[in-house]
Design a protein around this ligand. Sequence first.
Ligand code: UGA
Length: 363
Amino acid sequence: MGTPARADGRADLRQVEEVARTIAPLLDGYKLIVEKSTVPARTASWIDWTIRRLAGPEREFDVASNPEFLREGTAVRDFLEPDRIVIGADTRRARSLLRDLYETNFDCPIVVTSVTAAELIKHTSNAFLATKISFINLVSDLCAELGDVATVARGVGLDPRIGGHFLDAGLGFGGSCLPKDLRALITVAEDNGVDVAMLREVERINTARVDRLLAKVERALWVLPHKVIGVLGVAFKANTDDIRGAPSLAIIPRLHGAGAILRIYDPIAARNFQKLYPPDDRLTYVESAFEAARGADALVILTEWDEFRTLDLDTIRSLVRTPIVVDGRNLFEPARMRAASFEYYSLGRGDASLLAEPQRVRI
Ligand code: UGA
């Protein structure tokens, strides 16, 4: 069930409470209530108290936590082939019910712990993934001057203590989970008197990615009014039509506000974006990357779709007005783009540009 963020960053647990209140009078005989949603530590205790108050002491039940680690786009595979299962249960009965359910069907490590620790494992996992991404993005700003972030990430990630996953530099993390769960962990930690300066920095670095990209667009195009920009991708990541928390939501309105003419393409997420930003005289939705490129002064890549990685560069070059690509996802090798006669701006790898000096963002 939904646990959206409140204005202060805390999780809004109204729907969770509502379910607890609904379940309470219906309990007949022992029931195990399993919390699957990502919730702040101690939510299960609140569910337990809520039901106990409303159902009376004679009702038999336990509340357990069994967080899921499914990613959008690969959820079924993640479910069938989990890398671990976390069971948070505070009674023997609850523990053994969940163990029986999983042990016979899955061959992966099972972490059995308290309910509250299980809740914390989920938030910590997502906050750590977010931290990895912000860390490599910080390094990518350094690499813009000194090296290639993709090579640095590979060299670092081959150390098994670090691991190569979630070291793709670019526009940062979006979606409905990492930003929200990081925020929620910050508020839980603050509520418990823990200094969260480090996690705040992870957030700040992530937010600043949008400015980095917009500065590149300005550097590439100089004057934005009436420039035609083909935007490739609005989804928060590839293989989903989800735009929640997507960098496109911050970038496209700013390009539009600066007077650019936008032609937007996403394989499946454009429909959702269009509901928020209907077409107008300077914003249209097109059916292919090639249509987005036709007559464009620049292409701006916002999502790491494979379809964009494999674009035929000769065709693109024949369609655009000026061969300029600003790549927020580092999909191409700069040398290859240079060889294909593109001006190529990416994040953390040095630009193949006709200009020498970087400029400040004004959009
Ligand atoms: C995330 C977690 O990865 C799942 O384990 C978790 O179960 C899920 O949240 C959840 O809490 O339900 P998801 O939101 O589908 O899954 O997205 P991710 O695949 O984690 O990607 C998040 C964002 O990070 C995307 O915007 C992606 O583009 C970005 N990212 C990812 C990078 O910028 N660099 C990387 O190296 C990896």
